[in-house]
Design a protein around this ligand. Structure first.
Ligand code: GTP
Ligand code: ZN
Length: 209
């Protein structure tokens, strides 16, 4: 993983715009602010490049996390072959086309085949893929594939419901549309399993606490 990450970093360096190699990220943000007709040295903006760098580092930290390592740490042999569903996992990501947020809920289910994953690792896995520049479809597929690869369950289903700020605060400016994507692997491609999963996702709790 470390070696792969290093060669990726080297490859990315090759795409660097000539002349910008030695300019700090904060100076680049200072220049962006200036290009959008603001004064980067005025009081409120002076420390903004520092804050943005920190925020963007957080929002893209998924590139430096290994989904396999996260799951490997908590896989247990358990004799249970019904559906496990973790639903309503909050998700915040950035669309790779506009670098604007899209956010919503992720529902993840699988039917074990001798092994289960520690429950908290499912939201952690969502975080790994959400904290990157993404498209919703790819993220949906990546979550499903990571679980399938880790524990070879009978099947995995992932549904993401999200709202994209690039469609709300700009572009088509539609405030009420949401996008639903799904990835169904193994037995989740069968009509009855898929239907059970989707109906459990739709079921709303009466006793909200
Ligand atoms: N499939 C998919 N499209 C996305 C996602 N996030 C943003 N987009 C879309 O990416 C597309 C980029 O289209 P372009 O025509 O190149 O960009 P644009 O001129 O800014 O498009 P508009 O948003 O229609 O103004 C838009 O249709 C966005 O709605 C995503 O997660 N999945
Ligand atoms: Zn977008």
């Amino acid at each position: 993983m470390k070696r792969a990450a290093m060669s990726e970093a080297t490859a990315l360096r090759e795409h660097m715009i000539t002349g910008l190699e030695d300019i700090s990220t904060q100076d680049l943000y200072r220049e962006i602010i200036r290009r959008f007709d603001e004064d980067p040295s005025r009081d409120g903006l002076e420390r903004t490049p520092e804050r943005v760098e920190k925020a963007m580092t957080f929002l893209t930290k998924g590139y430096h996390q290994d989904p396999t390592a996260i799951l490997r740490g908590a896989m247990f042999d358990v004799d249970y072959d019904e559906m496990v569903l973790v639903k309503d996992i909050e998700m915040f990501s950035l669309c790779e086309h506009h670098m604007l947020p899209f956010f919503g809920k992720v529902h993840v289910a699988y039917i074990p085949n001798g092994k289960v994953i520690g429950l908290s690792k499912i939201p952690r896995l969502v975080e790994v893929f959400a904290r990157r520049l993404q498209v919703q479809e790819r993220m949906t597929r990546q979550i499903a594939d990571a679980i399938q690869d880790a524990i070879s369950p009978q099947g995995v289903g992932v549904v993401i419901e999200a709202r994209h700020l690039c469609m709300m605060m700009r572009g088509v400016e539609k405030q009420n549309s949401s996008t639903v994507t799904s990835a169904m692997v193994g037995v989740f491609q069968k009509q009855n399993t898929r239907a059970e999963f989707l109906s459990l996702v739709r079921e709303r709790r009466q006793d909200a606490f």
